[in-house]
Design a protein around this ligand. Structure first.
Ligand code: GRG
Length: 287
């Protein structure tokens, strides 16, 4: 099993503690549904990316933590929506029955919106108004029609349709690349990084995100649900990178994208070694 790099553990602990603190109090159905998916076992790749990017730009990880958690809140919200019967109709997520199977569709939808609005509220409360506005606009763009929502809509419309490689890449850059890119950019922003540094980090993350999604497609075919926490063959009706390139070809493509991603890190020298470790993990991951 290719597990996450060992340096993840401290970051994951900080993220988990802050997410727990951010969740609304109360034990009503919506509050429990929000906590159920958000606090279920996760790699926390997106918030760790935010923290690493802040760190290599000379910022403090404590200052980046609210932005990192906002990325995870958006991600968890998207997973709950993605699993709904009207979307991917998935039974298993993060090793547990999907949120709507536990709480019902209506509550799962409301709780997903609860997590999404909490992401924006967290950023609004944590930062001075100019930075809060920049990070909020970044998140809005990453979630909207040019990001997750657009990618997801195109993905759903393409189910059981013939699509070309270019279209598949567009779908996945929206569904996965956009939030990776926003996570890295937000880290740079909270550190007060230069526009050039932020551009390099975003380029790294955009390619890393696409590689991450290609391996996600691969694990849908070859993965072990005990490791991935998801059912296999959920994408059987979809055109995926594996249907285009085969298992070995998809793994190779992901490796090439990670090499492209790493090239964007050149200006940071050894300071970016942990990001390089992250990309090596992504290229070989089995969870
Ligand atoms: C309004 C937030 C919002 C979204 C609407 C539903 C939707 C649009 C988008 C879904 C996008 C989606 C589910 C993309 C898949 C991304 C992906 C590779 C998920 C698996 O991520 P991991 O492996 O999971 O990082 P863990 O559980 O480790 O966090």
């Amino acid at each position: 099993m290719a597990s996450v790099p060992s340096f993840f553990a401290d970051y994951q602990r900080d993220v988990d503690a802050e997410l727990t603190r951010l969740l609304p109090p109360g034990d009503g159905a919506v509050e429990r549904s929000m906590a159920y998916t958000l606090l279920a076992p996760s790699k926390r790749v997106r918030p760790v990316l935010t923290l690493l990017c802040a760190d290599i730009c000379g910022g403090s990880t404590a200052r980046a933590l609210p932005a990192a958690c906002a990325m995870e809140l958006i991600h968890a919200s998207s997973l709950m929506l993605d699993d709904l019967p009207s979307m991917d109709d998935a039974p298993l997520r993060r090793g547990r029955p999907a949120n709507h199977l536990e709480f019902g569709e209506a509550i799962a939808i409301l709780a997903a919106f609860g997590l999404l609005t909490l992401a924006f509220g967290t950023v609004a409360r944590a930062y001075d108004p100019p930075l809060a506005a920049r990070v909020s606009a970044l998140m809005s763009d990453a979630v909207g029609p040019a990001g997750l929502i657009g990618g997801q809509a195109a993905d759903l419309l393409a189910t059981e349709q013939e699509i070309d490689f270019h279209m598949l890449e567009r779908i996945h850059r929206g569904k996965t690349g956009a939030l990776f890119s926003a996570a890295a950019t937000a880290g740079g922003m909270t550190a007060g990084a230069s526009p050039d540094a932020i551009t390099s980090l975003a380029a790294f993350a955009k390619n890393l995100g696409l590689a991450f999604q290609i391996i996600d497609d691969l694990l849908d075919v070859t993965g072990d649900p005990r490791e991935t926490g998801k059912a296999i063959r959920a994408d059987a009706k979809k055109t995926t990178f594996v249907s285009f390139s085969g298992v070995a070809g998809a793994r190779q493509l992901a490796g090439e994208l990670c090499e492209t991603a790493d090239r964007a890190l050149a200006p940071f020298g050894h300071r970016a070694d942990r990001l390089r470790e992250l990309s090596a993990f992504v290229a070989g991951r089995s969870l």
